[in-house]
Structures are given as C-alpha cells and as structure tokens.
Ligand binder design. Structure first.
Ligand SMILES: *Cc1c(COP(=O)(O)O)cnc(C)c1O
Length: 426
C-alpha cells in the first residue's frame, strides 16, 4: 500500500474537507526551501509550510543542536524546575523584544500563546479588583479585537477571531467581543468613539500588527495603527500584539510592532520561533502585567500551564534558530527578498485578472478576480495543483495568492516562483 493509501485509512487532516479529499502528497525529506515526495519530485516551499520555516527544512545546525540536547535532557516538569535552554531562550528573547518587557511565559503553539495572553490580561484586572477570597464583580472583562482577525483555534482564540467559516459551528459558544475595523484615515474617529463608549468594560485589545494572516494576508497602515494604540493605551486597555505570524523578520523588521512607536504590553510568538522545527509558544509580558501577579494572596496566581511547557528540545531549536536569524547572512536575506518582491510587484500591477496587490517585507499577496473574495473559493485548489506540477508549493487562502518564503530561498528559486505566478495570471 502506498503511504497515501495508508494515510486515507487512519488520518484526519486539518482544514481539509474530508469528502472527495485529494490524496495527500507524501513528503519523504526536505532540504533548504525544497520538499521531496516519494517519487523524488521536488517542490519549492513558497509559503514556509504554513509560515513557520525560516531557514529551510532539516537545517543541519538546528538538527545537530537538537541531537545534542536530546542526549542530555528531553523534557522535565516546568513547575519547580528549570533548565538551561528555557532560561537562555528567555534571556535572548528579552534582548530583542521591546525594553519594557520583563518575563517570558512558555506554551506549545500559537493558539495557546494567545489564549495565555487573553487570560493573563483578564486576570490582571481581576487581580486588581478582587479582594482575597471575595467574588466582587470585575468590570473589565471584555476583549477588543479586529474584524477579519485570526488568533487561533482554541475557544478563547476563536472568540477573539473574526466570525467566519472557521468559527461558524461555534458562534453561540464564543464569548462576546467588541470588534472594530483596522484603522485608516476615514474610520479612526469612529473607532475611537466606539472605544470611548465601552472602554470601562474592556480588559485588553488583541491584534495582528500590520498583517492579518489567515484572514487573507490583509495589510494595514502603521501610522493609523500607532494612533489607535496610543488611544487604546490612554484608556488603560492592555495591548496584546499577536506576532505569531509576523514575528522574526517576516515584515522586514524583527517584529512588526517595531513599525509603531507605541509598544504593546504583551507579545505572542510561535510559528518562526523555532525556525519552524518544533512546536513552541511564547507569551512575553511587561513588568506592569507581571507585577499584578506578585501577591501574597495565592488566589492571584496564574493557574495555567501545559504538560510540555518550555520543552527543552523546543527551546533548543528556538535558540539555534535565533543564532541563524541574527547572523549577518540571514539579516541581509530579509531586505533582499523584500526588494525582489517590490520588483515583482511592479510586474503584477500590469496584470488584469488580479487586484489588491500588496507587499510588506518578505510577504507579497494579491487577489485573483475570479469568483467571490472568500476562503471557500475553489480557485485555491486549482492554483495549488497547477503550481505543484511546476515544482512550486503555494496554498492560496481562497482567491488570495501569497508568497512567504523561507529566508534561505535562492535568487533562482525565487525567480522560478515569480515565473510560475506570472504564467498563472494574465
Ligand atoms: C497561526 C496563527 C495563530 C495560531 O497558531 P497555531 O500554532 O496554528 O495554533 C495565532 N495567531 C496568528 C496571527 C497566526 O497566524
């Protein structure tokens, strides 16, 4: 039996309609930007395997560090114990995060990192307002979020995400959220009015800075966002930057939050954190948030953690990835990719069957003007199949085509991706 046939017997794939599901492609190995299947066909991974891979697949340096760590310590409980990889990673992250950040909380993936951030922010207010053992009503319990947002698949993360096909079956079970549109010159005053009316009930504001990923790689302006962040913070609302996708260089800066002068109180990281090698989530917070938990009252403890919190192998992969990311070689690749994209952008502007061409850092996106602007637009499958035949892996979100390559992509590979897209659009 082929691997694909064995898969069909036992596997349920994510985000995949199960009826008439096309056979999955069995990948045997990867190297650099390339993925190889059972027939040894190769595919350029132009979306970094769901936005996680930074330095290419099966990177020998990360693999070697993991091997050494696995022989030393693979896992240990993280309550009452600690270990070198967790401490070293926290130290290094705090060096590159905004200077008001002081603590790192570990979890397992992007959804848990946002879930942790929401709980941290909500309990921040509970810790302020509740008196030992009492159940005084806490006024600030609501979350402010953007329409079109995506923050993950667990219930809290779903609640603060846009009500969409992803959440349709669960709407009645999701908690109430104050949704606002991403800011621009036309709506900013209106947004401020909404916030002014409700701010006394709002605990926190969660947002994907400058690029809304799963919502369709939608980009928005840093100037108005900075204005909004300043306003939100003037109302004492905790700002949570979900940098799960934008972190580690994707937008051209190490973190997208660096495009705004106003710094958040909490930052969520995952995806590129380990270079895409292992699952790991980080929720980093400022001293202001952390201090609300330094209390005599034990009920004010943050009662949250996962079995694999701060897994030593995952932390080691993240340390190795940071070594590679902060090398001159990689730091030069990021603006180089951005410049290539800008060049390609000019070509795309001349095409007729596409619209909304946009780019930020290493991410470029546009919509195909065929069918509706929605995730279920079947053009996605058509494009994926066509590209695979050409040796490229793209996975449009509905009719939104985008490239988000690993930073190690070569000029030849990137040009091949552009050429295949050029053939697709007219
Ligand atoms: C992918 C993503 C998440 C969820 O991360 P998972 O690791 O898939 O749970 C959360 N927020 C943003 C912005 C993301 O892009």
């Amino acid at each position: 039996m082929t691997l694909a046939a064995r898969d069909k017997q036992v596997i349920w794939h994510p985000f995949t309609p199960q009826k008439n599901m096309p056979s999955p492609i069995a990948i045997t190995h990867g190297k650099g930007t390339l993925l190889f299947d059972e027939q040894n066909n190769s595919y350029i991974d132009a979306i970094s395997s769901w936005w996680v891979t930074l330095h290419g697949h099966a990177h020998p340096y990360i693999a070697e560090r993991l091997h050494q760590q696995a022989l030393r310590l693979e896992q240990v409980i993280f309550a009452g114990f600690t270990h070198e990889p967790a401490v070293a990673l926290a130290e290094r992250l705090l060096q590159i995060l905004p200077s008001n950040f002081s603590k790192i909380f570990y979890s397992d993936n992007g959804s848990t990192s946002t879930e942790v951030a929401l709980k941290m922010a909500i309990q921040y207010w509970w810790n302020q307002q509740s008196v030992a053992g009492s159940r005084l009503p806490v006024s600030r319990t609501k979350i402010l979020a953007f329409t079109n947002a995506y923050h993950g698949d667990t219930f809290g993360a779903m609640s603060v995400s846009d009500r969409s096909v992803f959440t349709l079956a669960f709407h009645e079970l999701l908690f109430e959220v104050v949704f606002i549109d991403v800011p621009d010159e036309h709506n900013i005053e209106n947004i401020k009015t909404i916030i002014t009316q409700q701010h006394e009930n709002i605990a926190a504001f969660i947002y994907e800075p400058l690029v809304q990923g799963a919502g369709g790689i939608k980009m928005y302006d840093a100037t108005w966002m900075n204005d909004l962040l300043q306003f939100v913070q003037s109302k004492d609302i905790i700002c949570i930057a979900d940098e799960v996708m934008t972190g580690f260089g994707r937008t051209g800066k190490l973190f997208a939050s660096e495009y705004m002068a106003c710094t958040p109180d909490i930052i969520c990281l995952s995806k590129g954190l380990t270079g895409g090698t292992m699952a790991l989530g980080v929720t980093a917070c400022s001293n202001k948030i952390y201090n609300a938990y330094v209390q005599d009252d034990k009920l004010k403890t943050f009662f949250h953690g996962h079995s694999f919190t701060a897994n030593p192998l995952a932390c080691t992969a993240a340390l190795a990835s940071l070594d590679l990311l902060l090398k001159e070689e990689c730091l030069q690749q990021i603006p180089w990719i951005a410049a290539q994209h800008q060049h390609f952008l000019q070509q795309l502007y001349t095409k007729k069957n596409i619209k909304n061409v946009r780019c930020l850092g290493t991410i470029i996106a546009f919509e195909i003007t065929e069918g509706a602007d929605e995730y279920l637009n079947n053009i996605s499958n058509v494009i994926t199949q066509q590209c695979l035949q050409e040796g490229i892996y793209l996975r449009p979100l509905g009719n939104t085509v985008y490239i988000m390559p690993p930073y190690c992509i070569t000029a030849e590979e990137l040009n091949k991706v552009y050429a295949v897209i050029n053939k697709l659009v007219s």
